[in-house]
Design a protein around this ligand. Structure first.
Ligand SMILES: [Zn+2]
Length: 498
């Protein structure tokens, strides 16, 4: 009876704890959309630029790496642009590791830029006087003598360092020219809640920096390296910087993730399912550092999804499958860690097998958030219970199985127990426990022609789960320990050498 009460309490703790405000209002959870597939394969295709990082002599300043971030391009390309800076401007010739002043423009605080016939012309915005033609290797940079205070307002939004343009006929790409260390703070708070503990933010800063270094030339056909969306990393310049994230970037200055002596991209997602996955079990390529690990810092995130066979059929047909009337959906293959690898959709015109990330492509719009799920009524383990200590973090802090925890029963008595003696109830037992109403995560009366799924975790499950990184930081681990836990065989090194 005591065990039953304990179980109920833990179950309640975990279920009622779900809507944790773990992501700050202006941060965003990395959602797993089809763009993730494309992004991963693009990243692995490796037609990007390799650069030789100039080694810094002892005592000498490290030459900053200059990035090109596409703010407007393609269908959002413009024919004119306005750039302002209270400190005035410098016209600079900029390359990967150099930035030379070509002309002092500090008397101009507002410039108007127009594109015509494949050329870019700069005017004094105040009197309309044409000043010069801007070369593609040149940028308009803030004239502020302190590099960390250089901010320009490009078409109404504030970015660090400077701006350049790439003309295509009568329209042009707008490109923020920014150093790596000035770019990363504009990313971190968009990708992880800025209220997260410092070591988690540092881990995120290093992954963001590594990703940028590995993406030079990624959007080369548009004249820049990285875009500002989820295809690369969400970047909003100065408006998304926070003190905590800027501190995390400064504390990890120049540090990147390397594998076999080369910088590599760190992939990450929101909530772990207790295991991370080999990248080849989600996408296709398998670099050695993206191997699945058992995640002792997972925080349970449960979800429930359902879809009618008719809607699923439409979705599959829209995605190019030839799907007849659906009769049933079942799991054909599961990995040892519980992730669904292949799903079989049985139809009146034959079976359709869907594997790995394509499962999410088919089901994410119906609320499926990870590959770790059960289909109700078929493979759902109605009476399964899982030990707590080996899998879950309680209240955000991971417990060692032998560690003592205190549990309050329904009678108000606190009881000391081992974490390994605690169980989470699932399926019918949990339904009985929650007969009073909080049963929505579990089985319910199924309707014919519907697919019901219950799962856990949120994201593609490759690399670092951000909520687990938070829990590791709360447990006293450092950012390099966090990164090495989730990325196999990596080193954390200075981009410019030791
Ligand atoms: Zn991109």
């Amino acid at each position: 009876m005591v065990k039953r009460l304990l179980s109920i309490f833990i179950c309640a703790l975990i279920i009622f704890a779900q809507p944790l405000p773990v992501f700050a209002d202006d941060a965003q959870v990395t959602t797993w959309e089809r763009v993730e597939d494309e992004r991963f394969e693009q990243d692995m295709a490796g037609q990007k630029e390799e650069t030789q990082v100039p080694a810094a002599e002892p005592g000498e300043e490290k030459a900053p790496l200059w990035l090109r971030i596409g703010l407007k391009y393609g269908s959002s390309a413009v024919s004119s642009s306005t750039v302002t800076c209270d400190s005035g401007f410098i016209l600079a010739d900029v390359e990967r590791y150099s930035c030379e002043e070509a002309e002092d423009l500090s008397e101009y605080t507002s410039l108007y830029v127009e594109c015509s016939g494949g050329k870019v012309f700069v005017y004094d915005e105040k009197d309309g006087e044409e000043l010069f033609e801007l070369g593609s290797g040149q940028m308009l940079m803030s004239a502020d003598p302190d590099p960390d205070s250089r901010i320009v307002t490009i078409d109404g939004s504030r970015y660090r360092d400077g701006v350049s343009y790439r003309a295509y006929g009568d329209s042009m790409s707008v490109i923020n020219r920014v150093t790596l260390e000035h770019y990363v703070p504009g990313v971190v708070a968009n990708e992880m809640g800025y209220t997260y503990p410092a070591e988690a933010l540092k881990a995120q800063a290093v992954t963001a920096r590594s990703y940028a270094v590995c993406s030079l030339g990624k959007h080369g056909s548009y004249g820049f390296d990285l875009c500002t969306g989820q295809n690369c990393q969400v970047y909003r310049g100065v408006s998304s910087e926070r003190q905590s994230t800027t501190d995390a970037c400064r504390a990890t200055e120049d540090m990147v993730i390397t594998y076999e002596d080369k910088p590599v991209s760190g992939y990450y997602y929101a909530y772990s399912s207790g295991w991370t996955l080999d990248s080849q079990d989600v996408w296709t390529s398998q670099p050695g550092y993206l191997l699945g690990v058992k995640d002792e810092y997972a925080e349970e995130y449960l979800w429930k999804a359902s879809v009618s066979f008719d809607s699923l059929r439409s979705r599959l047909n829209a995605a190019g499958y030839s799907c007849g009337e659906i009769q049933s959906v079942s799991v054909k293959k599961k990995l040892d860690n519980g992730a669904v690898y292949t799903l079989t959709v049985s139809t009146d015109s034959g079976d359709i097998d869907i594997s790995k990330s394509a499962i999410n492509g088919a089901l994410s719009t119906f609320g499926v958030k990870s590959l770790f799920f059960y289909i109700s009524g078929t493979d759902y383990p109605k009476n399964e219970s899982r030990p707590v200590g080996s899998f879950f973090a309680l209240g955000g802090v991971p417990y060692e199985p032998e560690e003592k925890v205190y549990v309050v029963g329904a009678d108000g008595e606190a009881v000391e127990v081992s974490a390994s003696d605690l169980y989470i109830l699932r399926g019918k037992k949990a339904m009985e426990a929650f007969a009073s109403g909080k049963t929505s995560y579990f089985d319910e009366d199924a309707e014919d022609g519907m697919l019901y799924m219950t799962g856990f975790g949120w994201g593609h499950s490759v690399g670092m789960p951000q909520v687990s990184a938070k829990n590791m930081a709360l447990a006293g681990r450092t950012y390099d320990e966090i990164l090495k836990y989730y990325y196999t065989g990596i080193e954390i090194r200075s981009l410019h050498g030791e």
